[in-house]
Design a protein around this ligand. Structure first.
Ligand code: IVH
Length: 748
């Protein structure tokens, strides 16, 4: 073994080899210690090797391996990559499918910015590369970190792997001190075909498509494998920056090209929807001969100042959109229709197909949506597919677009077997036998078994541990199914009791297939790590119908704590019930009220129904506060109220929360001068549209309200302000003009 004093004299080559050797020796030592319970080296020797590894890494930071032993916390190697929190979130894009959607995109941007239909507004148009996105961080011109997108907020550290890609420069001349370059890692068609030939020759499974091959090649713990895979990279965006790259998107891309990045040659500047669509058609015509996969064209507002004003929705920018190519199609035989039971009890029909290749991917399952869809009826009861129903044995058309689940789109009646019968949708749950009912206005039939339905319980648990919820490493869908089948986990709280119940169970787990002492210990650590959880994740993880990721975040921001949320919902319950009754009364009256004259009575009926229930004032207030919160509508509010008022569900929530420390959400931009303030805009705004003013204020943590009250902190009054300005004056509320407001928020 080389002596420790030699580190200063190591050549790069020797250092690379030595790091590989150390990674190997330490991994072997870990396995011997933790998995075989048979240590091969002393603790002191282990520590010495780790220190040596760290010293070499400190001297050659660029050589640090993806599976570096120093990234491995605690006793053993972490499974997989270390995590990287993105300095600027990595977003996805909204979609356009039809030409009309592109025109709508342009219109909505003009509206937001207050630009007339004739004002100049330019866009870039470029291919949407079908690969995986990567963020490259350069500090003082040196590549210091590469991270995958992950969930947009946190990705995987793949620095060592990215360094092996020829298109990714290790150093940059003349770049800003801090520059995060974003783009797509992809594999060309010819490289993909050659790789799959090699895979088959080595008896390895071939990749389904170039994108999977690129992802599989980048996400290798051994960067040497990545090096052997021909990956490419196109730069098309950026994250954190110490100074702007340029004033326009096109100039910023040219700057990235000048710095040494590959940028897509089919990027063009367009003057409006007509030119954008023309460029789209041009790219579509070349699609088959490009030599790499693309799945659409991305349009971006060219002026970066305008991009800044337009900003972001929760997960997508307002200033860009992806115009997707039409879906790919194939015909095949429908062999069976299975019913799957989802997390909220929804019975979903799944088509089992004779396998068929659709756009390069073998498809053997596809969604059939719901019973109406099978019968040939659309969401509003309208006739679809000319009313043709779908039967087992039919010859059906399957299509897929991008990542979405393949769908059965059409059926060829000419090929229908003589003995095919209409599909009888079950009215009981295939998993637990409970009645499956369809509520008025709901396209979906649902199992009424609730917690007694094993399928619902398992799906709830899978959702609970999923990436955007508790995201427990080592506890995925497969493990949840196994633990549920074993009776170890029946509800989320059980996850946090696993170790206590099976403290000795370490032994039990360890003896299971796929589990060793090491992985069991890792699992318990991963569970412990999630005993502290942000409120938004907790609320999302509960899997309440209609409460998605965005709504969960809105609720968390609005209430701040689990206690405040549950208390408010308890208070609001009588009002929630009154609203449900009012809805029902309204529905009944609507059914009766056919003549014109009776219309007015509907509103009266609703008011009377609410009145009759004598809802106490605090309940009304709590309900109004709930449905008045950003992003929360009555359907969601009712669903949330029902879930918390259901004694069994509530008890399960309480059992869970008892194990947790729930973190209050970060108030958005708490350091902004308007954070937490209630702002009202009135009169004409000249430098921004209403929508923009509202979005900007909300991004700074302010609440924007439509009317002036005692709760208002600031009134922003433009020319022509009337009664609101008067009322604000009476209430002695701070009133600013537009410039005063912009100055306050630092935009002037
Ligand atoms: S721009 C803020 N440009 O598409 C928006 N994305 O559906 C940043 N993608 O996650 C993305 N080609 O992985 C942009 N020319 C292109 C792209 C592109 C492919 C991917 C990217 C992104 C996804 C969004």
């Amino acid at each position: 073994m080389t002596d420790d004093t030699d580190i200063d004299n190591l050549t790069e080559e020797a250092a690379r080899a030595e790091l590989a050797r150390l990674a190997d020796v330490l991994a072997q030592a870990n396995a011997a210690y933790h998995q075989q319970d048979a240590p091969e080296i002393s603790d002191a020797e282990y520590d010495r090797l780790k220190a040596r590894n760290a010293a070499i890494e400190a001297r050659f930071p660029d050589l640090k391996r993806a599976d570096s032993p120093s990234e491995q916390v605690g006793a053993g190697p972490a499974e997989g990559f270390s995590k990287v929190r993105h300095a600027v979130r990595m977003l996805s894009l909204g979609n356009a499918f039809a030409d009309e959607d592109v025109a709508d995109f342009d219109r909505s941007i003009r509206k937001y910015l207050g630009l007339g239909p004739d004002a100049a507004l330019r866009y870039t148009a470029e291919p949407k590369i079908d690969g995986l996105s990567l963020s490259l961080r350069y500090e003082n011109g040196r590549l210091v970190q590469a991270a995958t997108r992950g969930d947009g907020e946190t990705g995987e550290n793949v620095t060592a792997n990215a360094r092996t890609i020829a298109d990714i420069p290790a150093t940059l001349e003349g770049a800003p001190d801090l520059l995060e370059v974003r783009g797509e890692v992809y594999m060309s068609h010819s490289d993909f075909a050659a790789l799959n030939d090699r895979q088959r020759a080595a008896d390895n499974k071939p990749f389904a498509n170039p994108r999977n091959a690129a992802a599989g090649s980048l996400r290798q713990l051994d960067a040497e494998i990545t090096r052997s895979r021909p990956l490419k990279f196109f730069a098309y965006a950026w994250g954190a920056l110490s100074e702007p790259l340029a004033e326009t998107q096109i100039a910023a891309i040219e700057r990235l090209a000048a710095l040494g990045f590959s940028t897509n040659p089919l990027t063009a500047l367009c003057d409006g929807p007509e030119e954008m669509i023309a460029h789209y058609r041009g790219i579509e015509a070349q699609r088959a001969t490009l030599g790499y996969d693309i799945d659409g064209v991305v349009y971006k507002v060219d002026d970066l100042g305008l991009q800044g004003r337009l900003g972001f929705r929760s997960t997508t920018p307002r200033w860009a959109i992806a115009h997707k190519f039409p879906a790919e199609l194939a015909w095949t035989r429908l062999e069976a229709i299975n019913i799957q039971v989802g997390r909220t009890g929804a019975l979903s029909p799944v088509a089992r197909l004779q396998p068929v290749t659709v756009g390069g991917v073998v498809v053997s399952n596809a969604t059939l949506h719901n019973e109406d869809y099978i019968a040939g009826r659309g969401a509003s009861g309208e006739v679809i597919r000319d009313g043709k129903d779908i039967r087992v044995g039919d010859w059906v058309q399957v299509y897929r677009a991008g990542d979405v689940i393949p769908k059965v789109a059409d059926v060829d009646l000419g090929q229908r077997p003589a003995d095919a019968v209409p599909f009888a949708f079950p009215d009981t749950c295939p998993e637990c036998g409970s009645p499956a009912v369809r509520e008025e206005g709901d396209a979906v039939r649902r199992c009424t078994g609730g917690v007694i339905c094993p399928a619902q319980a398992v799906e709830q648990l899978k959702h609970f541990v999923s990436r955007k919820a508790f995201d427990i490493e080592g506890l995925g869908a497969k493990q949840v199914e196994q633990f549920h089948a074993d009776g170890w986990i029946r509800e989320p709280a059980d996850i946090f009791e696993l170790q206590a119940k099976f403290g000795s169970g370490l032994q039990q787990l360890k003896n299971r297939e796929g589990w060793g002492a090491k992985s069991a210990e890792n699992l318990f650590d991963a569970i412990d790590e999630k005993r502290t959880i942000p409120l938004a994740r907790l609320v999302f993880a509960l899997g309440i119908r209609h409460v998605g990721e965005v709504a969960a975040r809105d609720l968390a921001l609005h209430y701040g704590t689990w206690e405040a949320l549950t208390a408010a919902l308890e208070t609001a319950r009588p009002a929630a019930l009154a609203h449900r009754q009012a809805d029902e009364a309204e529905e009944a009256e609507r059914a009766r009220a056919t003549e014109e004259g009776r219309r007015a009575r509907i509103t009266e009926t609703r008011a009377a129904a609410i009145e009759a229930l004598e809802v106490p004032q605090p309940a009304r207030a709590a309900w109004a506060d709930l449905v008045g919160a950003d992003g929360i509508g009555p359907t969601l509010a009712l669903s949330l109220s029902d879930a918390l008022a259901n004694p069994e569900e509530r008890a399960a929530f309480d059992r869970l929360v008892a194990h947790l420390t729930v973190e209050a959400p970060d108030a958005p931009a708490a350091d902004s001068p308007v954070a937490g303030k209630t702002v009202v805009f009135t009169g004409t705004l000249e430098k921004m549209t209403r929508a923009e003013a509202k979005a900007r204020a909300e991004a700074l943590g302010a609440k924007v309200s439509g009317s002036v009250s005692k709760k208002t902190d600031i009134l922003v009054a433009g020319p022509g302000a009337g009664s609101k300005a008067k009322k604000a004056a009476e209430l002695e509320i701070t009133t600013l003009d537009e410039d005063g407001w912009l100055q306050l928020i630092g935009d002037a």
